[in-house]
Design a protein around this ligand. Sequence first.
Ligand SMILES: [Zn+2]
Length: 112
Amino acid sequence: MYCAEFQKQISNFTNNNLDIKEMDSFINHAKKCKDCYEELEINYMVNIGLEKIENDETASFDLKGELEKMVEYYENKSDLYYKYNMYKNIIMGVTYVSLFIVILMYVTNLFA
Ligand SMILES: [Zn+2]
């Protein structure tokens, strides 16, 4: 993901409008690119901060920490997503190989 793309996605992130793939590249970029993370931080503080002032009287104002937690949360979530996908691919692979072996055995039996 490029910086320009990242900055376009910031509002989607704050509004929770990213799908898991977008979220993954978003978080990856945020972790790698200091400038974009700062941009995200400012944006997050302004957006969420304002919302909190208006709606939540018991609001905590550790927005920086909250954002960090959010990034960490999504980082773990996309980790899980990848593990799940990898696992799924392994299962699929094993299924195909066993299917192939069964067919092979069947065919060699036919001609034996
Ligand atoms: Zn960047």
